[in-house]
Design a protein around this ligand. Structure first.
Ligand code: ZN
Ligand code: ZN
Length: 361
């Protein structure tokens, strides 16, 4: 029912945009619309039909996961079978134009689709048809993301006592990921970031062989996957007594987080929320030290819409799930980022991550 409803919403979007048929090639969009979790598939949507193309490896799985779709089997040869089959289906239905996902379809696929066989298809590059719907999460999705966030909270709590001088960043990442898996997570949402000492000034410093020591910043950014949905959270710690400078940037980042949470409400511009934080950092003399956006949507993908940044054009809306992740990065010294995951409700943001934001462990 859930998937049928989502497909119906996409059909309404297609109608609005005057698209008679849409070929969905981005796997997260296919998962969203059908529940199919395999690694190879295409979904053809027309006003009435939903045809899921997949190969021998996934045929039985597709029938089980997406019973309301017509499942079309892709043959191994000849190679352009997919394009041939798609054209035949469209021809049968009297359709001569097909919308494709311009962000995800490769140029090679585009050309094959256009050129194969005698019939000529008019291809319409488009974007956002499925993402416009995905940006607001339904109840089931919010529950999955909240569960992923809870697993991450629990894994971090179990891992923190293992942080001792001499332990490497990679060992910390391994302990964290092991605990996520043991708690039932399907996997990690992205490569775990553990960046210590001067490396914590690298916003995306993947765990390295560096060993942690006292009085240095340790930034940990990681996420879990639960039922196809991701979580994302960052905490920053210091072993032993933090220096006054470390305490200061931590305090400023925490205050920036408060400012962001206060500014977040349905109808607000994403760039206004980002600007509120940027303004505060500048007032504190750290205008140069926050080089990334304030947050991003999280769902089936760990980075999706909305994008909270100076370039963002969207308005926040109820049901959106996104991160709030102010950070300050001082080259050669270190950085602090605090990242929480929130779901936007009518009265404001509700936190999905609950790990302590204290600097000291
Ligand atoms: Zn993160
Ligand atoms: Zn993030």
């Amino acid at each position: 029912m859930l998937f049928k409803k989502r497909v119906e919403l996409v059909r309404l979007k297609m109608e609005e945009r005057g698209l008679p048929a849409l070929l969905v090639s981005h796997l997260p969009n296919i998962f969203y619309l059908t529940g199919f979790t395999g690694s190879s598939a295409w979904l053809l949507l027309t006003g009435k039909h939903s045809v899921l193309f997949t190969d021998f490896r996934y045929f039985a799985q597709a029938e089980e996961q997406a019973p309301f779709c017509e499942i079309a089997r892709l043959e191994l040869s000849p190679a352009p079978a997919l394009f041939h089959q798609i054209k035949n289906i469209l021809k049968d239905k009297g359709l001569s134009s097909l919308a494709v996902e311009e962000t995800y379809l490769t140029l090679q696929e585009f050309n094959k689709l256009k050129e194969h066989g005698e019939t000529t298809l008019t291809l319409i590059p488009c974007s956002g048809v499925v993402e416009d719907i995905r940006v607001k999460k339904d109840k089931e999705e919010i529950e999955c993301i909240a569960t992923a966030a809870r697993l991450a909270d629990a894994a971090l709590k179990e891992t923190l006592p293992l942080l001792k001088p001499g332990v490497s960043e990679r060992e910390i990442a391994a302990e964290l990921e092991y605990r996520l898996r043991r708690a039932g997570a399907a996997g990690i949402a992205f490569s775990t970031i553990v960046a210590s000492g001067p490396r914590s000034a690298l916003p995306h410093g993947l765990a390295d062989t560096r060993k942690i020591s006292e009085q240095e910043l340790i930034m940990i950014d990681f996420g879990a996957v639960w039922e196809g949905y991701c979580s994302d959270m960052t905490r920053t710690f210091v072993l032993g007594e933090p220096t006054p400078q470390q305490e200061k940037i931590h305090r400023v980042v925490c205050q920036a987080r408060e400012i962001a949470l206060q500014a977040i409400k349905p109808g607000e511009q994403v760039k206004a929320v980002d600007a509120a934080v940027r303004r505060y950092f500048a007032e504190e003399g750290f205008g140069h030290a926050f080089g990334h956006g304030l947050g991003h949507g999280v769902g089936i993908e760990v980075h999706e819409r909305p994008t909270l940044s100076p370039k963002g054009t969207e308005l926040l809306a109820e049901g959106m799930v996104f991160t709030v992740e102010p950070g300050l990065y001082l080259a050669g010294q270190g950085g602090v980022r605090i990242e929480d995951l929130v779901v936007l409700q009518s009265q404001g943001p509700r936190l999905l991550t609950s790990s302590s934001r204290e600097l000291l462990i």
